[in-house]
Design a protein around this ligand. Structure first.
Ligand code: SF4
Length: 128
């Protein structure tokens, strides 16, 4: 797929984070409570003024691109819980460049990642 680095996917983000994502971002010196919010056991990237905590609104560039969350690496391929399959998010202006091969190549990893997010959320709900 092609990405035109427009930053559209960083606006009003609903991207979920795994514990591994959180630890990687914390290792850069960002405290978890600053960039993450918990809802029903799941951890999401925090939005500040309508955009991801890590987006520089002046340049529309990600401040932690090399360390970005796993879900951001796969985007615009996402997992639809409702359809129970990998789909392409049409909100991305380059979604038309994602091929069936791209989806096939990444879907298993995405499914495994979603399973991990669900397990981690269940664990958090148990612990609280
Ligand atoms: S919305 Fe699509 S084209 Fe724009 S930065 Fe995100 S992935 Fe790239």
């Amino acid at each position: 797929m092609q990405c035109k680095k427009c930053g559209q996917c960083c606006l009003n983000t609903e991207m979920m984070l795994s514990e591994e994502d959180i630890k990687r971002l914390e290792s850069l010196g960002y405290p978890r409570e600053e960039f993450a919010v918990e809802k029903r056991g799941f951890i999401f990237l925090r939005n500040i003024n309508g955009h991801c905590f890590f987006l520089d609104p002046k340049t529309m560039k990600c401040k932690v691109y090399d360390y970005r969350p796993t879900g951001c690496k796969f985007y615009p391929i996402i997992y639809s819980i409702r359809e129970k399959r990998c789909v392409v998010d049409e909100d991305c202006p380059m979604s038309h460049t994602v091929t069936k091969e791209d989806i096939k190549k990444h879907c298993k990893e995405i499914e495994n990642f979603v399973e991990r997010l669900i397990k981690e959320a269940e664990l958090r709900r148990h612990l609280t």
